[in-house]
Design a protein around this ligand. Structure first.
Ligand code: G6Q
Length: 540
């Protein structure tokens, strides 16, 4: 699958085309075409997607779409939506799109419609969430639950934290939310230090219910809770589980009545709209949660049905391939101009890099081309006062995604105008830069001119939506999920396994055993042995 990529006819055409376009700046492309802003723009599902400030022409887009067709993208999209086992290394289907399908839809997996089960879990989550939100779910001592602590890591943490932060404006005002992920004692200790166990609910979120960090934190939470409540019977009111592993949940001591399930066709990093989103639903309420799912679904339908040249995730994914493989770009910045989206870059780091950070193709061969770029970012305008320097004048080409909203959720109009003006100005400056003549015209001393010149020609996309609502958050996440899918199809990799993450789980286990055995018979390399020794000596 991967092998043929760079020798394909379209790839060769793209290489030639890149040579030709390499000498054309974004400024030149704009001067040559008055219609450019209209031409390279798609408006769909309430998203205004401007991709005119990219180093592309009609021909580029045509060739990239030809490449997508050559790689069988339309068929692959259908394969994912219809439950083919496209996660071949784990022999699993990839059906996160079923999590947001309306009840009226039918999605068959192994001959069974899975939509009713999805909605049963959503209904159970809704009933539970409402009880907590109304103060009807009582703790062991009869007090209503006020604090909700989600314990989970990776896909069982990043989605819940990101969504909680993103939708904080809609959150229940009297409930407190905390998220514990790290095995570092500092994380748990800080999260609970001002909480009282009789008002605290722990949601233990783990697909496998065997993850070291989560199970260690969950056991610590149980001890912390029992120390105050002094009765094992209290666990039933203060612990619920989100998992696919009923056996382990029961073994931990959580009543499986208080378990919210999901399925092995939902990958960890694609699970924030499954029961892993329980904390989100408690925070914003079932109605808003369902609105978020509806937003995801709208984007799913757009991805599945829109022609490739009007398809937002397809264009996004192809642009990433264009910069990674033809311009040698190694990173991609995500710059949301909304402070509520401060955890979006961290969330997207997992989604993109855990999915496509692979050098092995789906056929088990080594790819002879680059795959996922490093995704990173911070909200604007904060980033402007730090790392934007490198994006403007550094030696790396860094395509940027700007994400902004027409309305602010908190009405301080002056702030919002300033915020959005900054976002728009950054895209303009990156694309068009500032010439030496323009600098001189400002009366700058000649010796400073080179320092104040901005070459420009730095690409960016701008995504504009009306406001940060639950629906729009769903659309944004689905848009990136599908862009990742497109990239994976072009690169011929399995975007749905995570062998690197699993290696970490195994390696740590080995060293833990050795540390606990006080470092006898260490058989690592000399550096690893020395580090274990140093730690053990220090710990003594
Ligand atoms: C996600 C990854 C990984 C996973 C965590 C937690 O796609 O597989 O980030 O979510 O390792 O796993 P559990 O949910 O099983 O605890």
């Amino acid at each position: 699958m991967g092998k043929g990529l760079t020798s394909s006819k379209t790839w060769q055409k793209l290489l030639n085309h890149h040579e030709h376009i390499g000498s054309k700046t974004i400024k030149m492309l704009f001067s040559a075409d008055n219609e450019r802003a209209q031409k390279f723009k798609t408006e769909a599902e309430g998203i205004y997607f401007d991709y005119s400030k990219h180093r592309i022409t009609d021909e580029t887009l045509g060739l990239l779409i030809e490449l997508a067709n050559e790689r069988g993208l339309p068929k692959k999209i259908e394969g994912m939506f219809s439950g083919e086992r496209i996660n071949t290394t784990e022999n699993r289907a990839v059906l996160h799109t079923a999590l947001r399908a309306p009840e009226s839809k039918q999605i068959l997996f192994d001959g069974k419609n899975i939509v009713p089960e999805v909605h049963q879990v959503l209904d159970k989550m809704a009933e539970f969430s409402e009880k907590i939100r109304r103060g009807e779910w009582l703790g062991y001592t009869g007090k209503p639950i006020k604090n909700i602590v989600n314990i989970g890591i990776g896909g069982s943490d990043l989605g819940p934290v990101m969504a909680y932060e993103a939708l904080k404006f809609y959150a229940h005002p009297d409930l407190v939310f905390r998220f514990v992920s790290n095995i570092d004692a500092n994380d748990f200790s800080e999260a609970v230090k001002d909480l009282s166990a009789d008002e605290t609910l722990f949601i233990v979120s783990s697909k496998t219910f065997t993850t070291l960090e989560t199970m260690t934190n969950a056991r610590t939470a149980r001890d912390w809770s029992l120390k105050q409540l002094k009765d094992v019977a209290s666990i039933a009111s203060h612990f619920v589980a989100v998992s696919t592993n009923e056996k382990e949940v029961a073994k931990f001591g959580i009543d499986t009545q208080n378990m919210f399930g999901f399925w092995d066709w939902v990958g960890g990093r694609y699970s924030m709209d499954a029961a892993i989103g329980l904390s989100t639903m408690i925070a914003v309420g079932p109605k808003n949660f369902r609105k978020m799912l509806a937003g995801f679904h709208l984007m799913d339908e757009h991805f599945r049905t829109a022609p490739l040249n009007e398809n937002i995730p397809v264009i996004m994914g192809l642009l990433t391939v264009w910069y990674v493989n033809f311009f040698g770009a190694q990173t991609q910045a995500v710059l949301p101009y909304d402070n509520y989206l401060k955890r979006l870059p961290a969330y997207l780091q997992q989604l993109t890099m855990e999915s496509n950070g692979k050098y092995v193709t789906i056929d088990g061969e080594k790819a002879n081309y680059s795959t996922s770029p490093v995704y990173w970012g911070e909200p604007g305008t904060n980033g402007q006062h730090s790392f934007y320097q490198l994006i403007h004048q550094g030696t790396h080409l860094i395509p940027c995604d700007f994400i902004g909203f027409k309305q602010s959720l908190n009405s301080l109009p002056l702030h919002h105008n300033f915020l959005i003006a900054n976002m728009i100005a950054q895209g303009e400056a990156l694309a068009f830069g500032k010439t030496a003549d323009e600098v001189r015209a400002e009366g700058i001393a000649e010796e400073l001119v080179p320092h104040k010149v901005f070459e420009g020609n730095r690409p960016s996309s701008t995504f504009f939506m009306d406001k940060l609502s639950p629906e729009n958050l769903g659309k944004i996440i689905a848009m990136y999920e599908h862009s990742v899918f497109v990239q994976g199809v072009i690169w011929g990799i399995n975007s749905f396994d995570q062998m690197g993450v699993e290696l970490g789980k195994v390696l740590a286990q080995k060293v833990i055993t050795e540390i606990e055995a006080v470092g006898k018979n260490l058989k690592h390399d000399s550096s690893t042995n020395a580090l274990i020794d140093y730690y053990l000596n220090y710990a003594k």
